[in-house]
Design a protein around this ligand. Structure first.
Ligand code: GTP
Length: 349
């Protein structure tokens, strides 16, 4: 168990949130060879803590279903305690989204929350839980409307937002709507009984379709959608991570973000600057997160980017739409656009 803080008041909602963080983050390689996806900063804090910030006040414990780079996640939690207890459960081999959920479910509350570890969203989970209780279903899934549904799970919605069908990553002609699984849901604990143990199980492909017309022993029946608008992003690719950062900066989630940028630099907000950075004579922003001890040398310029701890940007170098891993050095005069960079000597794949 890592971290502790004052516990929220009991509201009758889910007391446990299982957060899935066991994926390899292949679409963010080579950076994810070094850093797990959830520990990449975005608008001033690691992506994982943006997910934690969504949990409603009923939640007393967050359980992390970890696999890939679990040790790094655990160390980060120890060094930067979150104000709620976080329990880390490791998988020996990847168990998939369903298997990972089940593996982390000992002592879970009824109902419980299930969250992907890389979503950025404006969803109000207190309202989602209230809707869940009202419908009396087995589960309620948050849904966001997108134009291109191909990379996502798509639902057909019926009366009172009952989910009638769920199709994972459909071809456009098979997509029943534009409402997609936003990666945050609430479930009856009995749903866990449907997940086989000891092998990889995809919750979306193997379990969810069977829940849509099913009940638990307390008569909770079917799965409902909770639609929300404003913003959502799955920060799983470089472009989407930078888009997620812009969304977070733009939607007023700046309260926690340190905006002080030292002396002298030309700063165009929104910008988040870590401790011990040197930015004199550099141009920073908008939409930039700098980790700790980042050095931007004279005349360099950084926009719409994420630079992790200890990055150095040489004199006159320009970075746009870049994600730079810890300790990397950008040579003087370089022009970097739309790239994920890691330090020399870091694993490249
Ligand atoms: P890509 O390799 O780039 O597709 O990323 P991913 O597998 O890390 O993430 P994806 O978006 O496909 O998965 C959704 C969520 O489930 C993410 O938060 C993942 O960390 C998590 N996840 C995926 N596979 C597993 C697994 O085998 N075990 C656990 N515990 N979590 C998983």
């Amino acid at each position: 168990m890592v971290g502790s803080g004052s516990l929220p008041e009991e509201t009758g909602g889910p007391e446990v949130a299982i957060v899935l963080v066991g994926g390899f983050g292949t679409r963010l390689r080579p950076l994810t060879y070094e850093v797990p996806k959830q520990l990449i900063p975005c608008a001033g804090q690691v992506a994982l803590y943006h997910v934690f910030d969504l949990v409603p006040s009923s939640v007393r414990q967050i359980v992390l279903a970890c696999g890939y780079k679990a040790a790094e996640i655990e160390s980060y939690l120890e060094a930067h305690p979150y104000p709620l207890p976080v329990r880390v459960i490791r998988e020996e081999t990847p168990l998939g989204t369903g298997g990972g959920m089940k593996n982390a479910s000992e002592g879970v509350s009824d109902p419980f929350l299930l969250m992907n570890g890389d979503v950025v969203a404006s969803v109000d989970l207190t309202r989602m839980i209230a809707a869940h209780r009202e419908h009396g279903g087995l589960g309620t899934m948050s849904l966001f409307e997108v134009e291109d549904t191909r990379p996502y799970g798509v639902v057909a919605l019926g009366a009172e937002d009952r989910i009638l069908r769920f199709v994972e990553k459909p071809e456009p002609h098979d997509a029943p709507s534009h409402w997609i699984n936003a990666g945050v849901s609430v479930w009856s604990r009995e749903v866990l009984d449907r997940v086989p143990t000891g092998r990889e199980v995809s919750f979306e492909r193997e379990i969810l379709p069977g829940l849509i017309d099913s009940s638990d022993s307390r008569g909770r029946h079917g799965v409902y959608g909770f639609t929300f608008r404003e913003f959502w992003e799955d920060a799983g690719t470089p472009e989407r991570l930078l888009h997620a950062q812009r969304l977070l900066f733009d939607h007023g989630q700046r309260r926690r973000i340190p905006l002080s940028a030292g002396t002298g630099p030309s700063v165009r907000p929104p910008v988040s600057v870590g401790v011990g950075c040197r930015l004199e004579g550099a141009h920073v922003g908008p939409y930039v997160t700098l980790g700790d001890r980042v050095v931007l040398e004279e005349g360099s310029s950084v926009e719409d980017s994420v630079l992790m701890d200890g990055v150095t940007v040489g004199r006159g170098a320009t970075l746009r739409n870049a994600i730079v891993g810890p300790g990397a050095s950008i040579p003087p005069g370089a022009e970097v656009r739309g790239k994920v960079l890691v330090r020399e000597g870091a694993p490249q794949g």
